[in-house]
Design a protein around this ligand. Structure first.
Ligand code: CS2
Ligand code: MG
Length: 405
């Protein structure tokens, strides 16, 4: 069996997605997600110029060999662009393998560990009341876990809060340069405890609450926050501090029992290794698209399982439905799965391009039983939505210093 053709399609049905489509000589088609928000065309060039020529004519069933060839064979290992390119190919090959075997991908991974995949939804509001109102609506819809992000009084913008303004959830139509946002740790600390105490008062203790700091705090500030939020029993506190220096999580850990999560920007098992091995985090949030595909995620999950770390894959709107589907297959299998981030199934345009077979009910997703990943990619529909240059925001402190967004 041979790979006949590989195409990379960039479309923008409301936001940009990079899709890899592999056609095998038997006519079987596999699709994968290779989207890196704000750097989409770098992945396209990497794939078209350096990856695809090495793969046409090879056996699409050799997933492992192809993964190792692209990872070790490049000499220049890791990095978001390389790993997204590998991920797009890898997902498409698993899709093909499933179709050839006439089995959904989770069966190829080892079969079910659970009936369905628990999801956490996003509540982002303009103030504490608005955030909790939105959380209440999600709870009423059946969600058992909700992430709370509230605007911070006195700051022009806050991460995770979608208003009527354009922000990272949307495409920057008329301003194709990175938007700038503002941050002030002191202002954030003056409201964050009230958000969670009020949420517990209004929502009760039955719902799981989560929060994403988006790496805005130093390790000692994260320690303070974790301690401060202990009475409100978060399911996890995400990306409290940046962990380029993985040891810095030791300091946070020494001070707080609030469970910690990290990993959405990680590209390989090596980025998570020390955090997992030293049990410095409770949830690892690597995504199939950014950490090298299903082959790599399977290894991260098994490694994490040795240290009581659970998986909680990234599920933001800038990962395509193909990635979400790959996560559902992984999560259905992963014995040490924790929770899946969920922001909905996308707008009408997205759903016309990526026809995804999934059932969502009462805050839980049930994976597709179709062979492969269970996503039909409509290339003609995709062509109606050409790529539009767009960026994630950049953050600055009030004095102008560039900060972590
Ligand atoms: C966020 C993301 O969902 C999350 O947890 O951190 O929305 C993230 O900001 C974007 O995916 C960045 O591309
Ligand atoms: Mg996050």
């Amino acid at each position: 069996m041979k790979i006949e053709d590989i195409k990379v399609i960039v479309c923008s049905p409301g936001r940009n997605f990079v899709t890899v489509k592999i056609v095998a000589d038997s006519g079987v088609i596999g699709v994968g997600d290779a989207t890196v928000n704000g750097r989409e065309m770098a992945v396209v060039a990497y794939l078209e110029e350096h990856v695809i020529p090495c793969l046409v004519g090879r056996d699409p069933q050799d997933i492992e060999d192809i993964w190792q060839y692209l990872y070790k064979g490049a000499y220049w290992r890791k990095g978001p662009i390389t790993m997204a390119a590998i991920a797009g190919i890898d997902m498409a090959l698993w899709d093909i393998k499933g179709k050839l075997a006439n089995l959904p991908v989770y069966q190829l991974l080892g079969g079910r560990s659970r009936a369905g995949v628990n999801l956490y939804a996003h509540a982002g509001g303009s103030d504490i009341d608005d955030t909790i109102d939105k959380a209440q609506t999600l709870v009423d819809q059946g969600f058992k876990a909700v992430r709370l992000q509230s605007a911070v009084a006195g700051l022009k913008t806050t991460y995770g809060v979608v208003g009527d303004k354009k922000d990272y959830y949307e495409l920057q139509g008329n301003r194709p340069l990175p938007p700038e946002e503002q941050w002030c740790t002191q202002k954030y600390f003056s409201m964050i405890e009230a958000l969670f105490s009020e949420a517990r008062r209004r929502l009760g203790s039955g719902v799981h609450l989560l929060h994403d700091v988006h790496s805005r705090l130093t390790p000692i500030e994260s320690a303070r926050l974790g301690k401060m939020l202990e009475p409100y029993h978060l399911l996890f506190l995400e990306d409290a501090s940046i962990a380029e220096n993985q040891q810095s999580y030791e300091l946070i850990r020494q001070h707080t029992t609030t469970p910690l999560a990290i990993g959405e920007t990680y590209n390989s098992i090596w980025d998570c290794k020390d955090l997992i091995q030293s049990q410095l985090v409770d949830y690892i949030r690597a995504a199939a698209t950014h950490a090298g595909g299903i082959t790599a995620m399977r290894r991260i999950a098994d490694f994490a399982g040795l240290y009581n770390v659970r998986t909680a894959p990234h599920g933001a709107p800038d990962l395509s439905p193909i990635c979400f589907s790959a996560h559902l297959h992984l999560n259905t299998w992963t014995p040490n799965f924790g929770i899946q981030e969920f922001v909905g199934l996308g707008n009408e345009q997205i759903r016309s391009v990526f026809q995804q077979d999934v059932m969502i009910k009462d805050g839980m997703a049930v994976v597709s039983e179709k062979p492969g990943l269970g996503v039909d990619f409509n290339e003609q529909a995709a062509q109606q939505y050409p790529y539009k240059r767009s960026y994630l925001p950049v953050s600055r402190l009030e004095d102008g210093t560039v900060w972590n967004w």
